[in-house]
Design a protein around this ligand. Structure first.
Ligand code: NAD
Length: 267
C-alpha cells in the first residue's frame, strides 16, 4: 500500500517519539476502519504508527518496522493468517475484524499456548457505548421474559448478524441460562422465510441494512405490561477509536486471549 500517512515507516525506529512509545502496525490500513486507526495512532503522543499495511503489502513489514502491537481491521478470510504471522513474530494483536467463531477462537488459543507471553485482544465492538449496552443487556436479561435484538448497519457490511449482535445474544443467553429461564415465548407457526430473524444461542436477532446507517443496536426486553429498550448508535467510526487505543495500550501487559473490551474497562 502507498499510505496517505507521511509518518509511516517501513524501516527502522523513527528519530522522534517517547522512549516508551508503542510501535503500532495497522493491517487493513486503507480500509474504512484502518484509516481511522492510523489517524488515531498518529494523534497519540505515546504511540508510533510504524507500519500501515493493506492487501498488497507483505506482513514481514511489521517485523522490519519493529512493530510490537498490530491492529487488524481486514476480513474474516485473511485474519487468521495474520494472527499466525504476528504470534510467530512475537507481535501482540488487537483485532476488530469479525468472524471469530468458537472454532476460530479455539485455534487462536492453541496458537497462544505456544506463545504465552503474547496478548491478543479480539473485540466485536470497540465503542464504549456498545460495550456498556452489552453489559446492561446481560444485567437485564434475567428480569424479562422476552428479548430480541435488532442490529442496523450500512449496506456495505459483508456479514450478518453483526459480531456485536452475536456477542450480545451470547451474553443474554448465558444470563438467561444461569437464571434457569426457558426460551422467550413465541407462538409463531407460519412465517415467511427470515421474518423472525436469525436464532443466535436462543435469542432472535434481526439485521437491517440501509444506506445512511453506520452501526446501531437495539435490545428489546419485554414483560407483561412493560417494554424495556436499550439502544446504542455509532454515528461515526471515530466512536471506535478510544476503545481501539485502550486495547493497544493494554495488550502488551495482558498476555493470552482477551475477548471484548469489557475486561479492560473495570467497573
Ligand atoms: P473495509 O473493507 O473498508 O477495509 C478492509 C481493508 O482490509 C481493505 O482496505 C482491504 O484491502 C484490506 N485487506 C483485505 N485483505 C487484506 C490482507 N490480506 N492484508 C492487508 N489488508 C487486507 O472494511 P471495514 O469497514 O474497515 O471493516 C473491517 C473489519 O472490521 C470487518 O470485519 C468489520 O466487520 C470489522 N469492524 C469491526 C468493528 C469493531 O468495533 N470491532 C467496527 C467496524 C468494523
Amino acid at each position: 500500500m502507498t499510505p496517505s500517512h507521511p509518518t509511516v515507516s517501513s524501516g527502522r525506529a523513527p528519530e522522534s517519539g517517547p522512549v516508551s512509545a508503542v510501535r503500532v502496525g495497522v493491517i487493513g490500513a486503507a480500509g474504512r476502519m484502518g484509516k481511522e486507526v492510523c489517524h488515531a495512532v498518529e494523534q497519540s503522543p505515546d504511540l508510533i504508527l510504524a507500519a500501515a499495511l493493506d492487501i498488497d503489502d507483505p506482513l514481514s513489514r511489521l517485523s522490519s518496522a519493529g512493530v510490537s502491537v498490530a491492529v487488524d481491521f481486514t476480513t474474516p478470510e485473511v485474519v487468521m493468517s495474520h494472527v499466525e504471522f504476528c504470534l510467530d513474530s512475537g507481535i501482540h494483536m488487537v483485532i476488530g475484524t469479525t468472524g471469530f467463531s468458537e472454532e476460530r477462537l479455539g485455534q487462536v488459543q492453541t496458537m497462544l499456548d505456544r506463545h504465552p507471553h503474547i496478548g491478543v485482544i479480539i473485540a466485536p465492538n470497540f465503542s464504549f457505548g456498545a460495550v456498556l449496552l452489552m453489559r446492561y443487556a446481560r444485567q437485564a436479561a434475567a428480569f424479562f421474559e422476552s428479548v430480541e435484538i435488532i442490529e442496523m448497519h450500512h449496506p456495505d457490511k459483508l456479514d450478518a448478524p453483526s459480531g456485536t449482535a452475536q456477542h450480545t445474544a451470547q451474553m443474554i443467553s448465558q444470563a438467561r441460562h444461569e437464571a434457569h429461564m426457558g426460551p422467550p415465548p413465541d407462538a409463531t407457526v407460519n412465517a415467511a422465510d427470515g421474518a423472525r430473524g436469525a436464532m443466535i444461542d436462543g435469542v432472535t436477532v434481526h439485521s437491517v441494512r440501509a444506506r445512511g446507517l453506520v452501526a446501531h443496536e437495539e435490545v428489546l426486553f419485554g414483560n407483561p405490561g412493560e417494554v424495556f429498550t436499550l439502544r446504542h448508535d455509532s454515528l461515526d467510526r471515530s466512536s471506535f477509536m478510544p476503545g481501539v487505543l485502550l486495547a493497544v495500550r493494554s495488550v502488551e501487559s495482558t498476555p493470552g486471549l482477551t475477548l471484548g473490551l469489557e475486561p479492560l474497562l473495570g467497573h
